[in-house]
Design a protein around this ligand. Structure first.
Ligand SMILES: [Fe+2]
Ligand SMILES: [Fe+2]
Length: 310
């Protein structure tokens, strides 16, 4: 790395610190603001929930689906932010006795992810107060995090950049004109996005920095581990789509036959794959960074694996 790029990376870390200080927010004061959720509104926007695709459902039922997905959204973010934070703390070690600006940027990143987890726990609880009992999200964030952290840093940082980029795209979906969308949930997207913008820059800096220390054969193995991580996330999404479809069926106050139940579950899975896999891996900037680090053959392997998740 030459002096110019070192200087510009240093500047990027410094800019993240400045932006982080400028946008810093408080859960109760800024995001919740004394408001509650209202079941007359959608919790997730159509561009994420894909409720227009649930073609057998009435408008009220589609709204209920968006509310179930809103609760799952809070739980999925609570889950992924557990391993993201642990990995950020781990890579920060490389800066402990070195660049203190980079270290400060990562420490702030970590503190923000702890706050985001608290926000999403609060949102899960608040949504729970508005919906019928019986909702399940049975995945333990610590168990998932310890499995994820068993993979190489390269693979985990790849997954992390993909997550932080899709959370920005989710914010953009939430600002599409829709007067039925919960203002409180829109604030969740807005405030989360304000801090995730810095995280995505830091993920990229750390991923590229780490990549430069790797051998070709380590990277080749890490590409397979990234594919395994995406497949593991998909396994969680499949289980949750089934759980959420069952919960919908139990609480929609009408009979749902087996064929319709299967189609609802498939719709939930399609939405979750869009929210947590495809909106990230199809993000142009994710592709740009990823393809700058891997070979043509590795790129084909990733594409082939993703093509199975349709
Ligand atoms: Fe976050
Ligand atoms: Fe983040």
């Amino acid at each position: 790395m030459n002096a110019v790029s070192r200087l510009s990376n240093r500047d990027r870390y410094a800019r993240c610190i400045r932006a982080s200080k400028m946008v810093s927010w408080d859960i109760e004061r800024d995001v919740i603001g004394g408001r509650t959720f209202d079941t007359a509104q959608k919790y997730l926007p159509d561009g994420l929930s894909l409720t227009p695709n649930f073609f057998t459902l009435s408008e009220n039922e589609k709204r209920f689906v968006s509310q179930i997905q809103g609760r799952t959204y809070a739980n999925v973010f609570g889950l992924v932010e557990r391993f993201i934070n642990a990995k950020v703390l781990e890579v920060s070690r490389d800066h402990w006795l070195g660049d203190q600006v980079a270290l400060e940027a990562l420490v702030r990143f970590s503190e923000e992810e702890l706050k985001h987890q608290a926000l999403f726990r609060r949102i899960d609880e608040m949504i729970g107060e508005t919906l019928p009992p019986g909702y399940h999200f049975d995945v333990d964030p610590n168990v998932v995090a310890s499995a994820v952290l068993g993979k190489s840093t390269w693979a985990v940082l790849a997954l992390t950049l993909h997550i932080e980029l899709f959370s920005q795209l989710h914010y953009r979906q939430s600002i599409a004109p829709d007067d039925q969308l919960s203002e409180l949930f829109k604030s969740v997207f807005l405030y989360h996005w304000k801090e995730e913008s810095q995280h995505a820059i830091l993920d990229e800096l750390e991923w590229v920095r780490h990549d430069a220390t790797m051998t070709d054969s380590d990277r080749n193995k890490a590409v397979d581990e990234f594919i395994e991580l995406v497949a593991a996330i998909d396994g969680i999404l499949q289980a949750q789509a089934a759980a959420d479809a069952r919960y919908f069926k139990a609480n929609c106050s009408r009979a749902v036959d087996e064929t319709e139940a299967q189609s609802i579950e498939a719709n939930f899975l399609e939405a979750y794959r869009w929210q947590y896999i495809h909106s990230g891996v199809r993000h142009p900037h994710f592709g740009e960074v990823l393809y700058s680090l891997i070979s043509e053959d590795q790129r084909k392997r990733i594409h082939a694996a993703l093509a199975t998740l349709q």
